[in-house]
Each structure stands twice: as C-alpha cells, then as structure tokens.
Write a protein that binds this ligand. Sequence first.
Ligand code: PLP
Length: 385
Amino acid sequence: MKRIYLDNASTTPVAPDVVAELLPFLDSQFGNASSIHAFGQQTRNALELAREELAKAIGAKPSEVFFTSSGTEADNLALKGAVLARLGEPIQILTSKLEHKAVLESVEWIQKKFNIAVDFIAHDSKGRLDLDDLKKKIRPNHFTVISIMHANNELGNINPIKEIAAISKSHNAIFHTDAVQSAGKLRLDVDELGVDLMAISGHKFYAPKGVGAIYVRTGVQVESLLHGGTHERNRRAGTENVAFAVALVKALKFAHANLQQDFLHVASLQKAFLETISERNVPFSLNGDEVSKLPHIINLSFPIPTRQKLAGDVLLLALDAAGVAVSSGSACTSGTAKPSHVLLALGKSEHEARASVRVSFSKFNTEEEIRDAAGRFADVLKRLL
Ligand code: PLP
C-alpha cells in the first residue's frame, strides 16, 4: 500500500534542491562561524549572506533578523523577550485562544511568573477575530504586546494582520505575529504587514526541522533568553546552525520564486479532495473561515454518532491504517489524546472535535494521489458514520 502524506502543516519533506544547498555546510564548509580563521570566515560569510537574503525576502534590514532553533523558540523569544525587557511597568499581553501552543504556553508561563495582565480577543464560530473587541481590550496605561498569528495552523484562517497592526500602532502597543504557517505560502513584507515581531520556521516550507527565525523591528526591545557567547548580536547565544540557516533561506527564496504557481496547485488539490469525498457522499462540514484562508489546510468535521467512541485518536489511526496521514490539530497536541484546543475554542464538543481532521497539502502532492487518498478517506468514514 502506498502511504499518502497529507499532514504538511505539521511538517513538510525537505525539498531536494534545499538539501543540495545545505550539504556543503555539513561537509567541507564546517567551520564555526565565530572563528577568525578562514574556515570560520567562510561559514560566517554564508550565514551573513543568508541573513541578508532573508531580510530582503521579508522587507527587513539584516540587523533585524535572528536565526533560532525553531518557530517555537522564535515565539518564546518574541513574547518572553518583549516582556522581560519592560518588567516593572504595567504589562498586558493581548492574544487569542486560537494561537499555537508555542504562543499560548509562553503567555501562560509569563502570566504565572510575572503576574501580568492577559486578555483574549473574542472570535466567532469560524475563528474570525473581533477587531472591535481587540480595540476595547487594550488596557490604558499599559505596555501592551499583541500576539496574533498570520495563518492558523489548524484551520488555515488568514487573520487581518494589517488592520491589527494599525490598531496596535495607534495604541502604542507592539505587535508580534506567528507567521510559521504563512511563510513560504504568502509573501511576507514586515512593513506592509506593519508587524514589530515575526516568527517563522523552516520545516513548514521544505527546509529541515530545527531552524527558525525571528524578525525584530529596530527599536523594539527584546531581552535574550539564551546566554553564552555573543552569537546573533547577543540576542541568541549558541553556535549558529549555518547549514540549516542557509537551508531555511534558500527554501524561502525557492518558495517565493513559485509562490503563485504553488498556491494555485495546492488550491486545485484541495478542490479535488473535497470533490472526491462529496462524490462519495461523505457528509462533512468545513471548520474555519471559508473566505480568508490558506488552501493548504482544511479542517473537516464529520457527523459521527456519539455511540462511536472516538477516544484518543481513533479516527486518525483508522485513516493511518488505510495509508492516509492526516492530523487532528497541531502535532504538538496530537499524540496527547487531547482534543484540539482550537476546535474546542470554536465551540465544538469533545466528541465533535475528535470527529474532525485537518488535511494539509504540499506542492509535492499530485491530484492523482489526492483523489486516491480521498477515496480511502471515504471508505474509512463510511464505516464510522
Ligand atoms: N506556530 C505555528 C502556527 C505552528 O504551526 C508551529 C508548528 O506546528 C509552531 C509555531 C512551532 O514551530 P516549530 O515546529 O518550528 O517549533
């Protein structure tokens, strides 16, 4: 049986052209970028070139870009770093319940540790944020950090980042966006978006797992979380992973070169998937915003009767047994047998959340395998419905 991978929002395979770019840095160009000899200078030059290219790709200055070990680290650094830099003042974090755990758990940790104010922006049952509520919830006389993701990893919803940035600016707040799911899929220009902090992660756009980056607008203070050497201009100690930093930047450049073409391809895959399960008469409803969304991610709920006990990841395991790899939410939540916090926040019951799956497509999927996967999907669901 050929296994079909439709869990690309969890991680993507590393593209062969990205592997080719990173291999020399695991082999001949192995120097430590902080060493002053020629071996070190060679990798230092590659790292700084990668930084310049990344900055150019997102409309930033090289001095505003820092490499991290992951999207999670970039989110932690943005939130904890911004709060630590202003401790002693009244501080508020304003976010939403639909964020990734890298944001939500960081916020919870900060709140417990420093007893700062945390507020959540209201949203509707499709996960669309209420921007009037956002305005109302900005506390006067506080240093406010707003953290709203660009694209939601479970629903694919694209949030109105420019509008939020304008509100943030007019209230003298700072605005962090987790752009982990949108990087490589939508063009990101930090000035056009108006963000102050932005996190990205390589493995969502065909670079390896274990490398991310953060954009920090000039003038925004962010305290370092890792101490040691003077790497990344004192923002992040630790010998730089040049191979993976280069890979992240090349992957982003490759993605930008084919952005529209890949977007349209993925949109056609999504259409083919939904068409096939509809033809097979599988009843389903789509979760999330159907208008402002990435085609790469769809989240479907099925009216599986409650007598079917869906404890844990029963549905996912049944699909896996049929050779279709999908997930129930973020990879950080699946495996814990907990229903998706995002679907619960949209008002779904635990059973409804467990009767839902996220299907996420990549540029490497073909229409043929999507129709095959959707057929297998229908077979599994028909047994449960
Ligand atoms: N933020 C979002 C929206 C994500 O989807 C993910 C990964 O699933 C992360 C953050 C964490 O990124 P990483 O896996 O690089 O730690």
